[in-house]
Design a protein around this ligand. Structure first.
Ligand code: 5GP
Ligand code: MN
Length: 344
């Protein structure tokens, strides 16, 4: 039986350690960065020495996040990241639940022999972590970090403005601004506490959602006008982007973040997918409305995963073949895909 969500166990482990390395998943999003900086700054307040590692670059619209300027990019500064890992007496993994999700850095993580803590909200966490803070009903890894901080420090006196802003951006981005995974009424007192501690929702929303480059906004236009395919019979829509498209709009990390959600904005569409042709693979982002589980679909057919209504995967096939395989699978799911979302 896994020892999960036990703050006392975690505190005991913390007493034994000084240097802690925090690691987030490849292509970090707002939750990965926010949960990491939030936890990192909190551990520093507890007197620990903290290193924060990202497997690769994170989007420019997250670079204002307090403490994010200290994140080591393991793709660019591999030696520095490996040194930080080797020096660590404890590792904390945030916002992912399988070691392969840190990409090329996973080899180093697998070799690490000290305690490894997992803080995450994805379905079906991998075995082998030393301690688990996992709750799939949580909106985000950032919310779980909040829970840990609150349990250690119930009056929240250690919740600085910077920690609050970090956790707020994680929750805001992972819920699509309190759209999905946000039906739990217990989430809202936590949001109140973050705002009370100094997180500024208006400013944070502007910093995240109103700082696109002109190229990114035009890539959105191109995607919706020229790269959107609607398969009404299967209540499915997808967008595909080729190397050429990315080159034409000077693609930067994060430029396609949120793009897949536009597919679901069409009435009657229950499954939406974004296929992006990257070097050596196709990145697949899947979203659904209602009962159709994109986690199951991505796991079964594309060795990916995530949540019931938001998942991701990678395909080693060509873009064209990946899309063909996807289209061929849809008839197998017509019953689930045809269940419409309605007011209950
Ligand atoms: P996104 O489509 O925004 O990249 O990811 C949606 C969700 O699926 C996120 O929670 C993300 O962590 C997860 N996810 C994305 N890509 C992969 C993948 O290749 N494998 C697995 N297991 N999960 C992924
Ligand atoms: Mn997350």
């Amino acid at each position: 039986m896994k020892d999960t969500n036990n703050v006392d166990t975690f505190l005991k482990m913390l007493q034994e350690v000084e240097n802690i390395a925090l690691i987030m998943h490849l292509n970090p999003d707002g939750d990965a960065v926010g949960a990491t900086t939030g936890m990192g700054l909190f551990l520093e307040e507890m007197g620990k020495s903290v290193a924060m590692i990202s497997p690769n670059a994170f989007p420019a619209f997250l670079r204002w996040i307090p403490g994010s300027n200290r994140i080591i990019n393991a793709e660019k500064s591999t030696d520095k990241a490996v040194d930080a890992l080797n020096k660590a007496d404890m590792v904390i993994c945030l916002d992912f639940n399988a070691r392969h999700r840190v990409g090329k850095f996973s080899g180093h993580l697998e070799k690490y022999t000290g305690p490894v803590i997992l803080i995450d909200h994805h379905l079906e966490p991998e075995d082998g972590f030393t301690h688990y803070f996992c709750r799939t009903s949580a909106s985000s890894a950032s919310e779980i970090v909040f829970d840990i901080i609150q349990e250690i420090n119930p009056e929240l006196s250690s919740l600085s403005k910077d920690i609050a802003a970090s956790l707020y951006v994680g929750i805001m981005t992972d819920t699509g601004s309190f759209n999905f995974s946000s039906n739990d009424p217990d989430l809202y007192p936590k949001i109140g506490a973050l705002v009370k501690a100094g997180a500024d929702p208006e400013l944070i929303h502007t910093l995240v959602y109103s700082t696109s480059s002109e190229n990114r906004t035009r890539l959105l236009g191109h995607s919706l006008l020229n790269r959107l395919v609607v398969l009404k019979a299967h209540k499915t829509a997808y967008i595909y982007l080729t190397h050429q498209d990315l080159k034409r709009f000077h693609f930067r990390v994060g430029d396609t973040e949120g793009l897949v959600n536009y597919t679901l904005s069409i009435k009657g569409i229950n499954l939406g997918v974004l296929f992006t042709e990257r070097v050596g693979h196709v990145k697949i982002s899947l979203r659904s409305k209602g009962e159709f589980s994109v986690n199951d679909f991505a796991r079964k057919h594309f060795t990916g995963g995530g949540h019931k209504n938001a998942a991701g995967a990678e395909s080693k096939m060509e873009l064209r073949d990946t899309i063909q395989m996807f289209e061929d699978l849809l008839p197998l799911y017509s019953e689930e895909l045809n269940k419409d979302v309605e007011y209950k």
